[in-house]
Design a binder for this molecule. Structure first.
Ligand code: NAP
Length: 312
């Protein structure tokens, strides 16, 4: 008999939690007695989780009849996708619906860091605005050179916005794409060309510390790094050293190594703007993401296929 229980690992959000309960009668693992998995694991056919809670090899092993994992979030670095695929388990994430909001935030960080908007706001809030024209000059945005690491769904949305700012756009990734932007096979060369370098690739061992000390040095004392991908992509010690030594102009960061929280060395700098991993955090986008988690499970039950699979 097909395992039919839908298991929810942890709270995802009010909309998804309600739909999972009402439409799919999901069992909430965090409300069950200890040992539930050992007793009932074999009855679970579908799993709902999020990039925050993940799904590791041990969890997969506890669910021998699992057919699909539906995860909230586009990143899947906390899910053991390879182990799932090896068992024929489909894995779904929530791509596309968040591209615009994450791209908007990338641009917010870029402009905020270049034009020093938070520092200017602190200056006014502190009552320091007593003389016109005293606040230090900032960096121009329009017409500059935009480099993108990872021209995927979100990276492409960031690039399109760059055209509106009359920017030249180039990108680096594992290979060239059929796009109207120049491909740069070397990330260091892309950084040397760029005024702004935006990280829009995912985390994991393959991308860890791609933005290294030489890349930051190449970006240069007037260059600005924006990271809305994953904290692990940037060598954070090298970033702090580059800022300390004036080898990098500034940074706008939505994701950090060791988050939540930011190290003292990155906080309260006039040329660094940090947001607490809120790229997709708008009411509209979060609702769409939560709905897609549930829609993927409905599609699996109806058609035997999730709507937005993570491909091997
Ligand atoms: P996507 O469409 O899969 O794009 C990822 C891009 O990363 C691809 O274009 C890929 O380029 C590039 N890439 C992968 N491995 C690489 C490598 N080793 N070197 C260079 N480039 C590499 O994913 P997406 O939907 O745009 O999402 C991207 C990431 O954004 C997610 O994985 C997540 O970590 C992050 N994100 C953050 C937030 C936030 O709140 N800040 C929200 C959503 C997503 P090639 O295939 O051409 O190599």
């Amino acid at each position: 008999m097909t395992a039919s229980t839908v298991l929810q690992l942890a709270p995802i959000g009010p909309l998804a939690d309600g739909l999972l309960r009402d439409e799919l009668q999901a069992v909430r693992l965090w409300e069950q007695a200890e040992g539930w998995l050992a007793t009932h694991g074999a009855s679970v056919g579908l799993l709902a989780t999020s990039v925050r809670w993940g799904c590791d090899a041990a969890m997969l092993a506890a669910l021998p009849n699992l057919r699909a994992v539906s995860s909230w979030g586009v990143g899947y670095d906390t899910l053991d996708v390879a182990a799932a695929h090896a068992r024929g388990i489909q894995v779904a994430n929530t791509p596309d619906v968040l591209d615009d909001c994450v791209a908007d935030l990338a641009w917010g960080l870029l402009i905020a860091a270049a034009r020093r908007i938070p520092a200017a706001d602190r200056y006014v809030s502190a009552g320091s605005w007593k003389v016109l024209g005293e606040f230090p000059l900032a960096t121009r945005v329009s017409g500059k050179r935009l480099g993108i690491l990872g021209l995927g769904r979100i990276g492409s949305a960031i690039a399109r916005r760059g055209e509106g700012f009359s920017m030249q756009v180039r990108y680096h990734g594992r290979g060239p794409k059929d796009v109207p932007y120049g491909f740069e096979p070397s990330l260091e060369a892309l950084a040397a060309w760029s005024d702004f370098l935006v990280v829009a690739c995912g985390g994991g061992t393959e991308t860890r510390h791609l933005v290294s000390a030489p890349v930051l040095t190449a970006l240069g004392p007037r260059g600005i790094l924006v990271n809305i991908g994953r904290g692990s992509v940037v060598d954070q010690d090298a970033l702090i050293a580059a800022l300390d030594e004036g080898r990098l102009g500034g940074a706008g960061l939505d994701v950090l190594q060791g988050e939540p929280g930011a190290p003292d060395a990155l906080r309260n700098r006039d040329n660094v703007v940090i947001t607490p991993h809120v790229g997709s955090a708008t009411i509209e986008t979060r609702e769409a993401m939560e709905r897609l988690v549930v829609d993927n499970l409905h599609a699996m039950l109806r058609d035997g296929r999730v709507l937005t699979p993570v491909l091997p």
